[in-house]
Write a protein that binds this ligand. Structure first.
Ligand code: ATP
Ligand code: FE2
Length: 340
């Protein structure tokens, strides 16, 4: 591997329901990923079923990713993969593929932190310098800022991730995974039909706990509203307004405490237009700016893994095989920022 110039970096994402291969070129410029997401017909994601899905579609997706840029496997000069956090069986598939490819093509292996990858693709896409990140996905809900060489978690969910909460609420209404986008549509419909909606009778508990958040109480209360006959569209609207306000409030406090003036959205729930607008309004009021990457880089994608791998490799970091094991519980603040 020595002496070889960096050509293309391949990134492999496999933390949960999504397997995705993405590429960045020698300058770290990202290209859209080849992705497949398991959508369970009933119930939540079963880690082993997700892992089986990843195994089944891996070779086709890898082929598609290479073909999308007309590359030969020998054009790949580094392999990055999600080392954690995530579901063990799913992470292990990605890590095994990464080790196999790195060894076959004799190129460096770089295990990266999935959460940090969400931040770095967002920074690259939006051109922001030093943002507070509102990271809202299925499994994670965190407010993060760079302090002393690490991305520090200033606030986070104490129970379930906001996306999981939305998906669970949706599932109880017979809406298949992923529920978030459907809830967004139903909420928008309610506003369309009721231009001046009132929260009367639709109140939900507030999710803020100091700098942290908690969503399971809101979920239970929202389910009860539907059971008590409130229109589903109305409850979806109320649910979004309540939980997004809670996230925006914690993000605003993080901006105030850190003195930073950029907010960056990341994670699948950052696809939501209403959340994007709420963040923009909050930032306008405090002379700050809110950024959101294109939706394909908000959801889990291999390209963000490639991008962070490229950054870390550029700063001299390589993962040796004996330290390449996955870490289901890897924390955002465990990864030293050596590249910026
Ligand atoms: P992580 O491993 O970082 O927790 P993840 O496995 O949950 O990520 P993502 O692709 O980041 O995967 O996020 C998926 C979540 O995003 C799902 O819960 C889905 O319902 C939610 N989501 C996607 N689009 C929207 C939307 N428009 N509005 C609200 N939620 C959305
Ligand atoms: Fe994610």
């Amino acid at each position: 591997m020595g002496g070889r110039d960096i050509m293309w970096t391949l990134g492999i994402e496999s933390t949960a329901h999504t397997l995705s291969f993405g590429l960045v070129d020698k300058d770290g410029i990202p290209f859209p990923s080849s992705t497949s997401t398991i959508k369970p017909e009933k119930g939540g994601i079963h880690p082993r079923e997700a892992a089986d899905h990843h195994k089944e579609c891996a070779s086709r997706l890898l082929h598609d990713a290479l073909e999308s840029q007309s590359l030969m496997p020998t054009d790949i000069s580094a392999i990055a993969y999600s080392q954690g956090p995530g579901l063990g069986p799913c992470l292990r598939i990605g890590a095994s593929i990464a080790r196999g490819l790195a060894s076959k093509f004799d190129v460096p292996l770089i295990g990266v932190n999935h959460c940090v990858a969400h931040i770095e693709i967002g920074r690259q896409q939006c051109g922001c310098e030093d943002p507070v990140l509102l990271y809202v996905s299925g499994g994670n809900t965190q407010v993060i800022a760079r302090l002393d060489g690490k991305y520090r978690v200033l606030g986070e969910t104490l129970d379930i991730g906001i996306g999981n909460m939305l998906d669970k609420f949706a599932r109880a209404q017979g809406i298949p995974f992923p529920g978030g986008p459907v809830i967004e549509k139903l909420a928008a419909k309610w506003i369309e039909e009721n231009p001046n909606p009132t929260m009367e009778g639709l109140e939900l508990p507030y999710a803020v706990r100091g700098m942290d958040l908690a969503f399971s109480g809101v979920l239970t209360a929202a389910l009860r509203l539907v059971e008590n006959g409130k229109p589903l569209e109305a409850v979806c609207w109320s649910l979004q307004e309540h939980v997004f306000s809670a996230c925006v409030e914690v993000a605003e406090r993080a901006l105030a405490h850190t003195g930073k003036t950029e907010l960056l959205l990341g994670g699948g729930v950052a696809c939501n237009s209403r959340l994007r607008i709420m963040c923009e309004l909050m930032c306008e009021e405090r002379d700050s700016k809110s950024y959101a990457p294109p939706r394909m880089y908000c959801i889990d994608n291999g390209t963000m893994i490639a991008r962070l791998g490229w950054l870390e490799l550029g700063a001299g970091r390589i993962t040796n095989y004996d330290t390449s094991a996955i870490d289901q519980y890897l924390r955002t603040d465990q990864t030293p920022i050596i590249w910026a």
